[in-house]
Design a protein around this ligand. Structure first.
Ligand SMILES: Cc1cc2nc3c(=O)[nH]c(=O)nc-3n(C[C@H](O)[C@H](O)[C@H](O)COP(=O)(O)O)c2cc1C
Length: 508
């Protein structure tokens, strides 16, 4: 059952933090913590498998009372409970319902409202005063190539022809007091914009990064919202109220008026301006995205609120430790895939899930089969979609008697419904893919050379094979009956359950 959604406009990051506090979802860390490795280590150890709290650090070494910025917030969306809260649902809503809701909210639209000014403009820093080191940007991991200031900010760019803005999450490292090299791929929407600005003869592209706002900013910016639909419109639909935007000071772009910190500037498109970036502890749970020259933001202005809160996140889900990206991806990457399948006309889809531990690189699709080859249609549709660029490497398709939220059920289906010699395993070689996956050879992860990574994709068709002949012994079914007892046998035994002493605890 889907509960009735009550969209919430938290107002800003502070409103979200207050809501988390009220719901017992926040841990304030007031003891002194070092921005250098310690803060990131705490964040990773506290994360858990969707079980850890959101964290607000307010006593950071070197960033005391007189610092421009003294606080770091992370982990706001590293649990399904908090994703449910963001969507205006009870915290205990089952992830399956979040996926179903994600199917509609990620394509709904409520346009933003432009306002004259807002708290984001309380401080305006330009010219020589710009110094990114004034912010307590963590060295999140010992292995990172530097201090990553862009980990969960909404990166705003604009199509030079249509004027439609895109808001995405792209990582960026401090390269100097006013320089941020970033990781961007050509197949992402920011990459489409880079291509368009280059083709129009520009050497730089205007860019703005909005850091710290309501949770829907990160959720939507990290989602593959269809090209041409602005993320601000989708965020408006999620929160049930238009996003109030202000114009940037030095670029023709708009950012949320109550954002904590806004970095404005120009992204250099000429390789002579690129700076070294990477590596970074990445989405895969491995250190990735090798140190190499990357397009770099020349910062022209920073605006921020009084006593701003830096919003950031650690990347990389692993067993027992799910990142915010992993948790959000499990919901919105599944929702997006379900919509892709619907639009492609694949019938009989009954459930879709991307377990958070791998952020949707493996996807499980449950179908009610009605004809031979339906699982292959599922995989083809997913792999042909642009949403499949950095996800859906391994597609597992199961019948509708398999609960895809239950690893054991999926494992059992793979054990007994897959026959590799009967075309149940299909490999689609050399497609586009995630350039951060260490199972891809290093040469093929060179996104500067190829614009994307390279994935050999696989379908595991764990459905009952409809190419087999119906068996008269099984009443025309292809597979034999399960060993699970018949309902009348179950009822008869249940009636004797207490007589048999099976309802009593055995251990004192
Ligand atoms: C925490 C986090 C970090 C991310 N880092 C990057 C990155 O460094 N480069 C990149 O191209 N995509 C990155 N992504 C994925 C993109 O944000 C995602 O694919 C999104 O759909 C991109 O927006 P677009 O669809 O408008 O291109 C990240 C996502 C999250 C949630």
């Amino acid at each position: 059952m889907t509960s009735e959604r009550q969209p919430v406009a938290f107002g800003d990051l502070r409103g979200w933090i207050a809501a988390l506090d009220g719901a017992g979802e926040l841990q304030r860390i007031e003891a002194e913590v070092d921005w250098n490795i310690e803060l990131g280590t705490i964040a990773r150890l506290a994360q858990g498998a969707g079980t850890g709290p959101a964290l607000l650090f307010s006593n950071i070494r070197d960033y005391g009372a007189n610092a421009r910025c003294r606080q770091v917030f992370t982990g706001g969306l590293s649990s399904a409970r908090r994703v449910a809260m963001m969507l205006g649902l009870p915290p205990d809503t089952h992830p399956r319902e979040l996926v179903k809701l994600g199917r509609t909210v990620l394509s709904q639209s409520l346009p933003p409202k432009i306002v004259k000014t807002g708290p984001a403009k309380e401080n305006v820093v330009k010219g020589d005063d710009i110094d990114l080191y004034e912010f307590p940007v963590p060295q999140w991991n010992r292995a990172d190539g530097g201090r990553y200031i862009m980990t969960y900010g909404g990166v705003v760019t604009k199509d030079p022809t249509s004027g439609v803005m895109n808001v995405g999450i792209y990582r960026g490292m401090i390269g100097g007091k006013d320089r941020i090299p970033i990781l961007m791929w050509r197949a992402q929407h920011i990459g489409h914009h880079v291509t368009a600005w280059q083709q129009a003869g520009h050497k730089e592209m205007p860019i703005a990064v909005a850091i710290g706002w309501e949770p829907s900013l990160g959720f939507v910016a990290g989602s593959p919202v269809p090209k041409g639909l602005c993320e601000y419109d989708v965020i408006g639909a999620i929160r049930g109220a238009p996003v109030e935007l202000v114009k940037c000071e030095t670029v023709d772009l708009h950012v949320p008026a109550s954002a904590e910190i806004v970095i404005e500037g120009y992204l250099g498109l000429d390789p002579s301006t690129f700076m070294m970036e990477g590596p970074f502890a990445e989405v895969t749970g491995y250190v990735a995205g090798d140190r190499s020259p990357k397009p770099t933001i020349r910062v022209t202005c920073i605006t921020h609120r009084k006593d701003p809160i830096l919003r950031g996140t650690i990347e990389g889900s692993m067993p027992g430790c799910y990142s915010e990206n992993g948790m959000c991806s499990s919901i919105m990457r599944a929702a997006t895939a379900w919509n892709v399948l619907d639009r492609a006309g694949v019938p009989g889809i009954t459930d879709v899930w991307c377990p958070p531990v791998q952020a949707g690189v493996n996807i499980v699709v449950q179908i009610k089969q009605s004809y031979r080859g339906q699982a292959k249609q599922v995989a083809n549709a997913l792999w042909g979609s642009s949403a499949g660029h950095v996800r859906y490497k391994h597609v597992t398709v199961v019948d509708d008697d398999i609960d895809i939220h239950d690893y054991a059920a999926v494992d059992w289906a793979i054990a007994y419904r897959v026959n590799a010699g009967e075309d149940d395993i299909v490999i689609m070689p050399a497609t586009f893919g995630l350039g951060l996956d260490p199972s891809t050879r290093k040469r093929d992860r060179n996104t500067s050379l190829f614009g994307t990574g390279k994935w050999n994709r696989m379908l595991i068709d764990a459905t009952m094979n409809l190419d087999y002949d119906p068996d008269p012994e099984f009443d025309g079914a292809r597979f034999p009956p399960l060993v699970w007892p018949a309902p009348e046998d179950i009822d008869a035994v249940k009636a004797r359950w207490s007589e048999l002493g099976l309802d009593k605890p055995r251990r004192k």
